[in-house]
Design a protein. Structure first.
Length: 327
DNA sequence: AATGACTCCAACCGCTCGAAA
DNA sequence: GTTTCGAGCGGTTGGAGTCAT
């Protein structure tokens, strides 16, 4: 790492010679006082650096690397119980150092839990994980949120309450913030025009909008991506899009500069098909099915999706933050 | 092959705590 | 009771290695 020396004391990686000096000294005299050790051992290091080197790497019997599945499970369980108390966790894993466990946690286990939708800090399911990992089929269920805000639709006949709009805006911002794979041009907030435009799309209005088909696949998991795409409509040509159920809806627009696979305009790239306000008769779309089974079904009494979502959030994790967002 | 982005992890930094003076 | 000092702990840094473009 070669950090710059300070006060004439060497920092950075230890050389073989330094390790040898430290090992020989401790084997001969024991650890003793770490402050005086470097001088007596002939090392141009601070005592702290010597102690760390010895404790984490040179000390006999240290086991390094090669964490087993059992180790992982142990560390995860202990972390759930103890939090970031690495020394206490290390005490349960013989021959492992706290520093190594900490590094292993930060570089592997933490990510592993996140991939499973578990908050590595609380070890509880991430409330919005289902939204984060929506499959394409799940996407249109989320689009029900837009339907709830309806009618935003035709002729700018905007009737949704300001309260709902605020909720929606917050939700969308949240999803943008947590979007694991944001598209480069997906930035900023959605304005009212976006919402209106969006609703027109979802409700089958004859609206042009732009989707780079090669990027469409990666964006399907995040409905908040749609809005900024709408802003590109002026430069595009209109195409229809065939949904999985055969229904034609407007867009996306092909960029002629992009080689488009032959299947680009089939269901793989389709936006969600339109949804109905009468769930009982229209849950033919798997997306809606997801919505109704995963969210609405959880809260049959709820009058709208926000209420249903709130219920879901309450069930999954009692986060006041989400409750605040969802009102 | 070159370059940039990303990941890993050894080592450092700053803080806290407890013991000794 | 206060100060000092050594040790330990957890968070962070940044160089090296790897991967993707």
């Amino acid at each position: 790492m070669a950090r710059s020396p300070e006060n004439g004391v060497k920092k950075g990686p230890w050389s073989i010679e330094e390790d040898k000096k430290l090992i020989e000294y401790i084997e001969k005299h024991g650890q003793g006082n770490w402050q005086t050790l470097p001088k007596q051992a002939g090392l141009n290091r601070c005592g702290k650096s010597c102690r760390l080197r010895w404790t984490n790497y040179l000390r006999p019997g240290i086991k390094r690397g090669g964490f087993s599945a059992e180790d992982e499970a142990t560390i995860t369980a202990l972390h759930k119980q103890l939090g970031n108390k690495w020394s206490r966790i290390a005490a349960h894993l013989p021959r492992r150092t706290d520093n190594e466990i900490k590094n292993f946690w930060n570089t592997h286990l933490k990510k592993k839990l996140l991939r499973k939708g578990i908050d590595p800090t609380t070890h509880k399911p991430i409330p919005d994980f289902n939204l984060l990992n929506l499959s394409q089929t799940q996407l249109s269920s989320v689009s029900n949120l837009y339907n709830v805000i309806s009618p935003l639709d035709t002729a700018l006949n905007f009737q949704a309450s300001a309260n709902d709009l605020i909720k929606f805006q917050l939700l969308q911002n949240m999803m943008q913030a947590i979007n694991p794979n944001p598209l480069p041009y997906v930035q900023g907030n959605t304005n009212l025009a976006d919402l209106i435009q969006l609703n027109r799309i979802f409700n089958g209005a004859n609206t042009d909008f732009t989707v780079d088909p090669l990027q469409a696949q990666s964006m399907t998991a995040n409905f908040c991506n749609i809005s900024p795409l709408l802003n590109q409509q002026q430069t595009s040509t209109s195409h229809s899009l065939q949904c999985s159920d055969g229904e034609m809806i407007p867009g996306p627009i092909r960029d002629d500069n992009v080689k488009v696979p032959s299947n680009v305009y089939n269901s793989e790239y389709s936006l969600p098909s339109l949804f109905s306000a009468t769930p009982e008769s229209s849950v033919v779309n798997p997306l809606e099915n997801f919505m109704h089974t995963s969210i609405l079904a959880e809260a049959p009494e709820q009058s709208n999706v926000f209420d249903a979502l709130e219920s879901l959030v309450d069930d999954e994790a009692s986060s006041s933050f989400w409750k605040d967002i969802l009102g």
